[in-house]
Design a protein around this ligand. Structure first.
Ligand code: SF4
Length: 912
């Protein structure tokens, strides 16, 4: 890098040192972005902390992947050779998804592993569940006790009472294999509070339930989100959106809130939540009326013949007829209609509509969370958005939007057990035939209704008490030992759900565990290796490590090895048929090791063997060294070979499945369901729509509360309120508001801003963490609260103390300058299961008022009986038992994350 004139003079006068000279003396050859791979085993650099002394430090650089969101970006751990500890994390330039870049949460992994309050040893409850007493126990004791409980449950013949509930996904292949080996239909996830709405809309079109936009090569980038690009897939997408924009792409962001992404857009379209299908169909109408549709794609890929034969049997079955019928069908979605529904100017509908209509086959679109998970009928958002891709022929094209599965590597696993021999109705109740997927947010209600119980319940990096709506109902369920026989929280940090566990098992952060990752972050396909970096460092030093907890802080372990050991202890002599799945694939008389497992998988990654061989490495060694491998550079137009995995084999504009399962009015894309927060459903001047489903880009749900760099940036969650609404309500910046939901209320401070649409209030759902006096952990971002069970379903939470600096081995914990930890809003939210997608509809109808005397900032009240009654109303909208064609519990062609044997997909047979 060229020096400035002043720097040159200063260097000559020795006011500043000759940095170039020093670098050439051995530290590093020149300024560059990343050390070259040849130096990864022996990288040397000057110690910035020692400045102005020039002290060299020596590092071993070990690749792994970030665990702080789904993107699994590459990280490079700098292991200090003098101390044998990780000094920092930077990006891994070899990772095809992130290409050396990270968001703030990636490098902040160092805060997580050095968290002075993390859980370092397995803990067992002392006293009543939830009281807060713990004692340290050994891994041996944990394994034996839990193995015994699982064995007892399996020996009853039940196949649905051992459950693994995952918050932060990962290890899906690994854990599903474990559950299959145990024979249980025991996978539960967080999908129904996250992506179920979007997934359903996409699945109806082409079975693939997630989009993968090719932003880099797009002409128009269309984002529909109050969350997007700060979550899925934040950094990998953000960098590609910028590439696309630098190459001339137009960015349109649909969001009632001026998000970071919207602030960078060419067009910010602040639609009323839930009205987005009206906008997309108005644009579809514009495309049709102007004959800008892509005839070749439509004619060859869409099931238009099936539609005409079923709906217009007397009309000629020609493509021209189809287009005429489409024009008639969508004619009433005029720009004026969309403008009224969305509450935006008609000129904006037309201007942005023309941009979309002229995007050709390079329309990259994305919806995740946001409107699709916020609203009753939110699944219509993704269904109508994809319609635009179909009309423009931009499905799977360069610059278009592809099914995510085209870019996701699916590993072949060793010795796969058969599918589970049962169907878990607590996860897939019969009335939610099309849910994507497990109805996890209504679990406490299903248990309360007497629909089932659990013997052993693992929560894995999962914090429903805090993250989910109505956390008090979760507390009630977890405290009921008849409903949940044994609750095991597997988590790297304390969280509000772990307070109500029987065991808290410390599991590793990103650099302390194994996993493989592959996500549709771009148009290519890659696989990455998450590895415990100190284990790899020891290997490089020639030291054997049997279990990962030997190198992690304290006794922190990882799930992979834990499940292996647990499975052996459930079935020590092999008589239950479990043990055989945990023996080495190559040496059947030996236990399967982590290396056996991953070598087996990597040997089967297309192209990897040859690439590894060129470097004289085994496949596993290659992945340990590089951290990632690019399998395909681009995955365009795969349908030309693979077709579409739908009943018709086409893109399903017309869905016979919807008709068969009792929704004939939704056979084709429309806007027939008005959201529960549609303006028609809000009365008076004090009823608003609460938008709680956006995230601040520096936080995650449960593991960033003691990541000090992240917490310093953001630690409170005020209510976003438009100035016109603030005037109306008589509240000023920083003033207090009482927000009443269907089941309770909370008091929060106000942030008056034009960055939110009038009539809507926003509140980020990543802040407002708490602990009680008796609980440990996360003191950088948790308020101390009192929780009062007032009986008859009535609960109250009050903030006893805000955030207080504290002494620890890290001097920064004594330098905390913030005192306000925000408010827990989610716990006051009513559960609102969409009857079709099963999604929790996050947006809440709320009443706003000034707090009464005695009501203070941070106060929360909830009535779980009211919550249950409200849930029953939504539950009654789901289809019941007569809507199971051929006895199918759900359409046989639709996915389940862990699919039981096919015979269990039929409701009648299961009842016999
Ligand atoms: S986007 Fe950020 S949090 Fe997500 S994996 Fe990448 S670096 Fe980690």
């Amino acid at each position: 890098m060229a020096r400035t004139f002043i720097e040159n003079i200063a260097q000559k006068l020795r006011i500043i040192p000759n940095i170039d000279k020093k670098m050439h003396q051995g530290a590093s050859s020149s300024l560059r972005k990343y050390p070259s791979m040849e130096e990864w085993d022996h990288h040397t650099e000057l110690d910035a902390q020692a400045w102005p002394k020039q002290v060299e430090r020596n590092f071993s650089l070990v690749p792994t992947t970030c665990f702080n969101c789904e993107s699994a970006c590459g990280l490079l751990a700098y292991v200090d050779k003098d101390t044998g500890t990780v000094s920092r994390f930077e990006g891994n330039p070899n990772h095809p998804g992130s290409r050396g870049r990270n968001c703030a949460k990636g490098p902040a992994t160092i805060n997580q592993i050095n968290d002075t309050e993390r859980i370092l040893h397995p803990l067992k409850r002392v006293g009543k569940r939830g009281e807060g007493g713990w004692k340290q126990v050994s891994w041996d004791e944990v394994l034996d006790d839990i193995a015994g409980k699982i064995r007892d449950s399996l020996n009853t013949g039940a196949r649905d009472r051992v459950v693994y509930h995952v918050g932060r996904p990962g290890h899906e292949g690994y854990t599903n294999r474990v559950l299959k080996a145990w024979g249980v239909d025991g996978h539960n996830s967080h999908t129904n509070i996250c992506s179920a709405g979007a997934r359903t809309g996409y699945a109806l079109w082409h079975h693939h339930d997630r989009p993968s936009p090719d932003h880099t090569n797009a002409k128009v980038i269309l984002l529909c989100s109050s969350h997007l690009e700060t979550g899925h897939y934040f950094n990998p997408h953000a960098q590609r959106i910028l590439e696309g924009m630098m190459a001339g792409a137009k960015l349109i962001v649909i969001d009632p809130r001026l998000s970071n992404t919207a602030s960078m857009a060419d067009h910010w379209v602040p639609t009323w939540p839930g009205s987005e299908p009206a906008l997309f169909l108005a644009w579809a109408n514009m495309i049709l009326q102007q004959d800008l549709y892509h005839r070749e794609f439509m004619e060859s890929q869409v099931n238009w013949e099936q539609y005409l034969k079923a709906v217009h049997p007397d009309a000629p079955c020609t493509f021209e007829t189809f287009i005429d019928k489409l024009k008639e069908e969508y004619a009433h979605y005029t720009p004026e209609y969309a403008a009224e529904e969305c509450r935006i100017p008609v000129e904006q509908v037309i201007e942005t509509g023309n941009i979309v209509a002229n995007s050709g086959t390079a329309l990259s679109s994305h919806v995740w969370r946001a409107a699709s998970i916020g609203n009753l009928g939110g699944w219509q958002v993704s269904r109508t958005l994809h319609f635009l891709n179909v009309l423009t022929g931009s499905v799977g094209t360069k610059g278009g939007t592809a099914p995510n599965t085209w870019s996701k590597f699916k590993p072949e696993l060793p010795n796969e057990p058969p599918a589970p021999d049962g169907w878990n109705e607590l996860h897939f109740p019969p009335e939610y035939t099309l849910s994507h997927f497990e109805m996890s947010h209504i679990l406490p209600r299903l248990v309360k209704e007497g629909r089932g119980t659990m013997d052993v319940y693992f929560t894995r990096v999962f914090n429903p008490v805090w993250t989910y709506p109505d956390g008090f109902s979760w507390i009630e369920m977890l405290q009921n030992e008849e409903a949940v026989g044994c609750h095991i929280a597997m988590t790297p940090t304390w969280n509000e759900t772990a307070f109500f566990a029987d065991y808290v098992l410390p599991m590793g952060h990103a650099s302390e565990r194994h996993d493989i990752n592959s996500y549709a972050t771009s148009s290519g396909k890659w696989v990455a290796f998450r590895q415990p970096v100190l284990r790899e460092y020891e290997r490089r030093q020639g030291n054997d490590v049997e279990f990962t907890y030997e190198v992690n802080p304290g006794e922190v372990w990882e799930e992979d090895e834990f499940w292996n050991e647990l499975s052996h202890r459930i079935d020590p002599d092999g008589s239950m048929g479990i043990k055989k799945y945990f023996m080495s694939p190559n040496k059947p008389e030996e236990k399967m090791s982590i290396d056996d497992y991953y070598q087996y998988i990597f040997e089967r990654v297309p192209g990897l063997s040859q690439t590894a061989e060129e470097e004289g490495l085994s496949e596993l060694e290659y992945m340990r060294r590089h951290g990632a491998y690019q399998i395909e550079d681009a995955t365009y137009n795969k349908h030309e070979k693979e077709g579409w995995p739908t009943p018709s084999g086409k893109q399903e504009f017309y869905s016979e499945t919807m008709i068969e399962f009792g929704y004939p009015e939704h056979a084709i894309p429309h806007y027939k369901i008005k959201s529960h927060v549609h303006p028609e459903n809000l009365q008076g001047d004090d009823e608003f729509c609460l938008l709680p489903n956006f995230r601040l880009p520096m936080h995650i749900h449960s593991r960033s509360a003691n990541a000090k760099w992240l917490v310093e940036i953001a630690h409170r969650n005020p209510i976003w309120l438009h100035p016109s609404d603030a005037n109306k309500l008589g509240v000023e910046e920083g003033g207090l508001l009482k927000i009443e939901t269907e089941i309770g209320w909370f008091i929060d401070k106000v942030w008056v801003t034009e960055a939110i649409k009038p009539g809507i209030v926003g509140c980020s759902h990543h802040i407002g963490r708490w602990r009680r006096q008796q609980d440990a952990g996360n003191r950088m971002m948790t308020n101390t609260v009192s929780i009062e069970d007032r009986g008859d379903g009535k609960w109250r939470m009050r903030t006893v103390e805000g955030i207080v600096p504290f002494e620890s081995s890290d001097p920064d914990t004594n330098r905390l300058f913030w005192r306000d930890g925000g408010v827990h809003q989610n716990i006051t939210h009513a559960v609102q299961p969409d009857p079709i997608s099963g999604a929790h509809c996050w947006l809440q109808k709320v009443k706003l008022s000034l707090p009464k005397a005695g009501e203070e900032y941070g106060d929360v009240e909830v009535d779980t009986n009211k919550s249950f009654a409200y849930y029953k109303k939504w539950n009654s909208w789901a289809k019941d038992r007569e809507h199971h064609p051929r006895g199918e519990r759900r359409p046989l062609w639709m996915k389940r994350p862990l699919s039981p044997k096919k015979e269990h997909w039929f409701i009648d047979q299961a009842n016999e």
